[in-house]
Ligand binder design. Structure first.
Ligand code: COA
Length: 199
Protein backbone atom coordinates (compact mmCIF):
# COMPACT_ATOMS: atom_id res chain seq x y z
CA UNK A 1 0.00 0.00 0.00
CA UNK A 2 1.40 3.47 -0.81
CA UNK A 3 2.30 5.48 2.22
CA UNK A 4 -0.12 8.40 2.66
CA UNK A 5 0.61 10.98 5.30
CA UNK A 6 -2.26 12.27 7.38
CA UNK A 7 -1.84 15.83 8.49
CA UNK A 8 -5.55 16.52 8.98
CA UNK A 9 -7.39 17.36 12.19
CA UNK A 10 -7.87 13.71 13.21
CA UNK A 11 -5.09 13.44 15.76
CA UNK A 12 -5.10 9.97 17.29
CA UNK A 13 -5.72 9.64 21.01
CA UNK A 14 -5.02 6.83 23.47
CA UNK A 15 -7.50 5.33 25.94
CA UNK A 16 -7.50 2.21 28.12
CA UNK A 17 -8.52 -0.81 26.06
CA UNK A 18 -11.80 -2.28 27.30
CA UNK A 19 -13.27 -5.66 26.42
CA UNK A 20 -15.49 -4.34 23.60
CA UNK A 21 -12.60 -2.43 22.02
CA UNK A 22 -10.36 -5.45 22.38
CA UNK A 23 -12.81 -7.70 20.50
CA UNK A 24 -13.22 -5.09 17.76
CA UNK A 25 -9.44 -4.95 17.37
CA UNK A 26 -9.29 -8.73 17.05
CA UNK A 27 -11.94 -8.63 14.30
CA UNK A 28 -9.79 -6.16 12.33
CA UNK A 29 -6.51 -8.05 12.86
CA UNK A 30 -6.70 -10.40 9.91
CA UNK A 31 -4.55 -9.09 7.04
CA UNK A 32 -1.45 -11.11 6.10
CA UNK A 33 0.93 -8.12 6.36
CA UNK A 34 -0.04 -7.58 10.01
CA UNK A 35 0.11 -11.29 10.85
CA UNK A 36 3.57 -11.50 9.33
CA UNK A 37 4.98 -8.44 11.09
CA UNK A 38 3.54 -9.62 14.43
CA UNK A 39 4.67 -13.25 13.85
CA UNK A 40 1.13 -14.53 14.36
CA UNK A 41 0.43 -17.76 12.51
CA UNK A 42 -3.30 -17.01 12.03
CA UNK A 43 -6.00 -14.50 13.00
CA UNK A 44 -7.62 -14.74 16.44
CA UNK A 45 -11.34 -15.41 16.96
CA UNK A 46 -13.05 -12.54 18.84
CA UNK A 47 -16.01 -14.78 19.73
CA UNK A 48 -13.92 -17.42 21.47
CA UNK A 49 -12.92 -16.39 25.03
CA UNK A 50 -9.82 -18.60 24.86
CA UNK A 51 -8.72 -16.86 21.63
CA UNK A 52 -9.38 -13.44 23.15
CA UNK A 53 -7.13 -14.43 26.05
CA UNK A 54 -4.54 -15.71 23.55
CA UNK A 55 -4.61 -12.35 21.71
CA UNK A 56 -4.04 -10.46 24.97
CA UNK A 57 -1.18 -12.84 25.75
CA UNK A 58 0.28 -12.31 22.27
CA UNK A 59 0.25 -8.51 22.47
CA UNK A 60 1.56 -8.65 26.05
CA UNK A 61 4.47 -10.93 25.19
CA UNK A 62 7.77 -9.47 26.40
CA UNK A 63 10.99 -10.77 24.96
CA UNK A 64 13.89 -8.63 26.15
CA UNK A 65 16.40 -10.02 28.66
CA UNK A 66 15.77 -7.44 31.40
CA UNK A 67 11.97 -7.38 31.12
CA UNK A 68 9.88 -8.84 33.93
CA UNK A 69 6.52 -10.69 34.01
CA UNK A 70 4.54 -7.72 35.35
CA UNK A 71 0.98 -6.83 34.32
CA UNK A 72 0.76 -5.09 30.93
CA UNK A 73 -0.89 -1.73 30.32
CA UNK A 74 -3.03 -1.90 27.15
CA UNK A 75 -4.30 1.20 25.36
CA UNK A 76 -6.45 1.58 22.26
CA UNK A 77 -5.50 4.06 19.50
CA UNK A 78 -8.57 6.09 18.55
CA UNK A 79 -9.47 8.58 15.82
CA UNK A 80 -12.68 10.66 15.99
CA UNK A 81 -14.25 9.19 12.84
CA UNK A 82 -14.15 5.60 14.07
CA UNK A 83 -16.24 4.13 16.88
CA UNK A 84 -13.63 1.48 17.71
CA UNK A 85 -9.88 1.59 18.29
CA UNK A 86 -7.88 1.32 15.06
CA UNK A 87 -4.80 0.00 16.83
CA UNK A 88 -3.24 -0.61 20.20
CA UNK A 89 -0.25 0.24 22.35
CA UNK A 90 1.02 -2.29 24.89
CA UNK A 91 3.45 -1.48 27.69
CA UNK A 92 4.70 -4.83 28.91
CA UNK A 93 7.52 -6.56 30.73
CA UNK A 94 7.81 -3.63 33.14
CA UNK A 95 10.92 -3.81 35.32
CA UNK A 96 10.31 -1.61 38.39
CA UNK A 97 13.98 -1.66 39.40
CA UNK A 98 15.04 -0.16 36.06
CA UNK A 99 11.89 1.87 35.40
CA UNK A 100 11.65 0.11 32.03
CA UNK A 101 8.83 -1.09 29.81
CA UNK A 102 8.74 -2.72 26.42
CA UNK A 103 6.38 -0.99 24.02
CA UNK A 104 4.43 -2.86 21.35
CA UNK A 105 2.34 -0.98 18.79
CA UNK A 106 0.16 -2.02 15.86
CA UNK A 107 -2.20 -0.13 13.64
CA UNK A 108 -4.50 -3.12 13.41
CA UNK A 109 -7.03 -1.74 10.90
CA UNK A 110 -5.27 -2.16 7.53
CA UNK A 111 -7.24 0.76 6.05
CA UNK A 112 -5.82 3.10 8.68
CA UNK A 113 -2.23 1.85 8.47
CA UNK A 114 0.38 4.03 6.70
CA UNK A 115 -1.91 7.07 6.80
CA UNK A 116 0.13 9.06 9.25
CA UNK A 117 -1.57 7.97 12.49
CA UNK A 118 1.28 5.77 13.68
CA UNK A 119 3.84 8.46 14.27
CA UNK A 120 1.64 10.76 16.42
CA UNK A 121 0.15 7.74 18.20
CA UNK A 122 3.60 6.44 19.13
CA UNK A 123 4.67 9.94 20.18
CA UNK A 124 1.63 10.08 22.49
CA UNK A 125 2.48 6.60 23.77
CA UNK A 126 6.04 7.58 24.62
CA UNK A 127 4.70 10.65 26.44
CA UNK A 128 2.32 8.34 28.31
CA UNK A 129 5.14 6.01 29.35
CA UNK A 130 7.42 8.77 30.60
CA UNK A 131 4.51 10.70 32.14
CA UNK A 132 1.66 8.55 33.46
CA UNK A 133 3.76 5.41 33.93
CA UNK A 134 6.81 7.33 35.22
CA UNK A 135 9.08 5.14 33.10
CA UNK A 136 12.78 5.95 32.88
CA UNK A 137 13.48 3.92 29.75
CA UNK A 138 11.34 2.49 27.01
CA UNK A 139 12.37 -0.49 24.93
CA UNK A 140 11.12 -1.95 21.67
CA UNK A 141 11.94 -5.35 20.26
CA UNK A 142 11.66 -5.24 16.47
CA UNK A 143 12.42 -7.91 13.90
CA UNK A 144 15.47 -6.88 11.83
CA UNK A 145 13.32 -7.38 8.72
CA UNK A 146 10.73 -4.79 9.88
CA UNK A 147 12.51 -1.80 8.28
CA UNK A 148 9.55 0.66 8.39
CA UNK A 149 9.23 0.19 12.17
CA UNK A 150 12.98 0.43 12.74
CA UNK A 151 13.15 3.63 10.65
CA UNK A 152 10.17 5.10 12.49
CA UNK A 153 11.71 4.23 15.87
CA UNK A 154 14.99 5.87 14.88
CA UNK A 155 13.21 9.00 13.68
CA UNK A 156 11.52 9.19 17.09
CA UNK A 157 14.92 9.01 18.79
CA UNK A 158 15.09 5.32 19.70
CA UNK A 159 18.64 3.99 19.53
CA UNK A 160 19.79 0.46 18.81
CA UNK A 161 20.96 -0.89 22.15
CA UNK A 162 21.75 -4.40 20.99
CA UNK A 163 21.23 -6.85 18.16
CA UNK A 164 19.81 -10.12 19.48
CA UNK A 165 20.42 -12.97 17.02
CA UNK A 166 18.00 -15.92 16.91
CA UNK A 167 15.84 -14.51 19.68
CA UNK A 168 12.29 -14.12 18.35
CA UNK A 169 10.16 -17.30 18.16
CA UNK A 170 8.51 -17.48 14.72
CA UNK A 171 5.27 -19.39 13.97
CA UNK A 172 7.39 -21.87 11.97
CA UNK A 173 9.37 -22.74 15.11
CA UNK A 174 12.54 -20.99 13.91
CA UNK A 175 14.14 -18.05 15.70
CA UNK A 176 14.53 -14.67 14.00
CA UNK A 177 16.99 -11.84 14.70
CA UNK A 178 15.70 -8.74 16.42
CA UNK A 179 16.91 -5.32 17.43
CA UNK A 180 16.62 -4.00 20.97
CA UNK A 181 15.72 -0.33 20.62
CA UNK A 182 15.86 2.08 23.56
CA UNK A 183 14.65 5.55 24.38
CA UNK A 184 15.40 7.18 27.75
CA UNK A 185 13.25 9.70 29.58
CA UNK A 186 16.21 12.10 29.61
CA UNK A 187 16.75 11.90 25.84
CA UNK A 188 13.01 12.13 25.11
CA UNK A 189 12.67 15.26 27.27
CA UNK A 190 15.60 16.82 25.40
CA UNK A 191 13.86 16.15 22.06
CA UNK A 192 10.68 17.98 23.05
CA UNK A 193 10.38 21.54 21.81
CA UNK A 194 8.96 24.28 24.09
CA UNK A 195 5.62 23.93 22.26
CA UNK A 196 5.47 20.30 23.28
CA UNK A 197 5.95 18.73 19.87
CA UNK A 198 8.65 16.22 19.05
CA UNK A 199 11.40 17.37 16.71
C1 COA B 1 4.46 0.41 12.70
C2 COA B 1 3.07 1.02 12.61
C3 COA B 1 2.42 1.02 13.98
C4 COA B 1 3.20 2.48 12.13
O1 COA B 1 1.91 3.02 12.00
P1 COA B 1 1.47 3.73 10.63
O2 COA B 1 0.14 4.32 10.85
O3 COA B 1 1.63 2.78 9.54
O4 COA B 1 2.60 4.86 10.58
P2 COA B 1 2.61 6.26 9.82
O5 COA B 1 1.67 6.25 8.66
O6 COA B 1 2.46 7.35 10.85
O7 COA B 1 4.09 6.28 9.26
C5 COA B 1 5.17 6.38 10.15
C6 COA B 1 6.45 6.12 9.41
O8 COA B 1 6.45 4.73 9.03
C7 COA B 1 6.87 4.59 7.69
N1 COA B 1 5.87 3.86 6.92
C8 COA B 1 4.57 3.69 7.22
N2 COA B 1 3.97 2.95 6.32
C9 COA B 1 4.90 2.64 5.40
C10 COA B 1 4.88 1.87 4.22
N3 COA B 1 3.77 1.28 3.75
N4 COA B 1 6.04 1.74 3.54
C11 COA B 1 7.16 2.33 3.98
N5 COA B 1 7.24 3.08 5.09
C12 COA B 1 6.12 3.22 5.79
C13 COA B 1 7.09 5.95 7.13
O9 COA B 1 8.47 6.13 6.97
C14 COA B 1 6.58 6.94 8.16
O10 COA B 1 7.53 7.95 8.41
P3 COA B 1 7.18 9.50 8.18
O11 COA B 1 6.21 9.88 9.27
O12 COA B 1 8.50 10.16 8.33
O13 COA B 1 6.58 9.60 6.81
C15 COA B 1 2.17 0.27 11.57
O14 COA B 1 2.79 0.32 10.29
C16 COA B 1 1.90 -1.17 11.94
O15 COA B 1 0.97 -1.44 12.68
N6 COA B 1 2.70 -2.12 11.42
C17 COA B 1 2.47 -3.53 11.69
C18 COA B 1 2.81 -3.91 13.13
C19 COA B 1 4.26 -3.57 13.47
O16 COA B 1 5.16 -3.76 12.68
N7 COA B 1 4.44 -3.06 14.72
C20 COA B 1 5.77 -2.66 15.19
C21 COA B 1 6.59 -3.79 15.68
S1 COA B 1 6.05 -4.35 17.27
Amino acid sequence: MPHRRNRGPEAPTLAPLDDVGLRQLIRQATDPALLESMCWSRPFDADDPAQVAAFVEAISLHVLPESKPTSPVLLGIHVPSRPWPIGYVAFKGGNPALGSYEIGVAMVDPVQRSRGYGRPAITAAVDYAFGRLAAQRLWAAVLTTNRPSINLGRRLGFRVRERLPASWPMPSGSLADMLWLEQTHTDWSARRTPSGTSR
